[in-house]
Design a protein around this ligand. Structure first.
Ligand SMILES: Cc1cc2nc3c(=O)[nH]c(=O)nc-3n(C[C@H](O)[C@H](O)[C@H](O)COP(=O)(O)O)c2cc1C
Length: 184
């Protein structure tokens, strides 16, 4: 069993990215992992905007990254990149905050024209932060994530792809590829 931190970089109170993450979190819990969540929008805005590295909430977030074996990072695509909110947090974490971690990048967006944002914008930052293993991510169209009462409904093809993505992440955590890379 791995300890996973599931991080949402959406500023939205009705976030589709958040709903997507909860869907993936549930799959990971079913796979025997322990998942805790971090919504960057819940961190103090002033600390994020003023780069207050020493704010207790920022220090606590950094510690939660440190303690996790695996990190799921979800972001909406904004202006063909990941969200500024997510960037604000990443900028406050130590340079190698992802050292030894297995990371799963996820994105939601309005256009498949920006599927590549995961790989040309987010992945290089995760690499530069020392991630030991970044498994293939997944981009989900916002229209494929709908709400039925309290329930999140994800279009069948997207749900299937997400399940597969979560399985690959889970297997990477279980085989400990990231941990091996960290000690190499
Ligand atoms: C300011 C802003 C910029 C956006 N820019 C893009 C974009 O460049 N490409 C894209 O595919 N979708 C874009 N979108 C659509 C969002 O990525 C999409 O609706 C996403 O699912 C929103 O996630 P959220 O509900 O978690 O915030 C943008 C949305 C907003 C509000």
């Amino acid at each position: 069993m791995a300890a996973i931190l599931s991080v949402s970089g959406s500023p939205s109170a009705t976030s589709r990215t958040g709903r997507l993450l909860r869907h993936v979190d549930a799959r990971l819990v079913s796979g025997g992992h322990q998942v805790s969540t971090l919504d960057v929008r819940d961190l103090p805005a002033e600390a994020l905007l003023r780069a207050d590295f020493h704010h207790p909430a920022i220090a606590d977030a950094a510690e939660r990254f440190r303690q996790a074996d695996g990190i799921v990072i979800g972001t909406p695509v904004y202006k063909a990149a990941y969200s500024g909110l997510l960037k604000a947090l990443l900028d406050l974490l130590p340079q190698y905050a992802l050292a030894g971690k297995t990371v799963l990048p996820l994105a939601t967006g309005g256009s498949t024209a920006h599927v590549l944002a995961l790989d040309y914008a987010l992945r290089p930052v995760l690499t530069s932060m020392g991630a030991a293993h970044i498994v293939p991510g997944w981009f989900t169209l916002d229209k494929d994530i709908t709400v039925d009462g309290d329930r999140t409904v994800i279009a069948a093809a997207s749900a299937q792809a997400l399940d597969r993505t979560a399985e690959v992440f889970s297997a990477a955590l279980t085989t400990g590829v990231g941990a091996l890379a960290a000690t190499a």
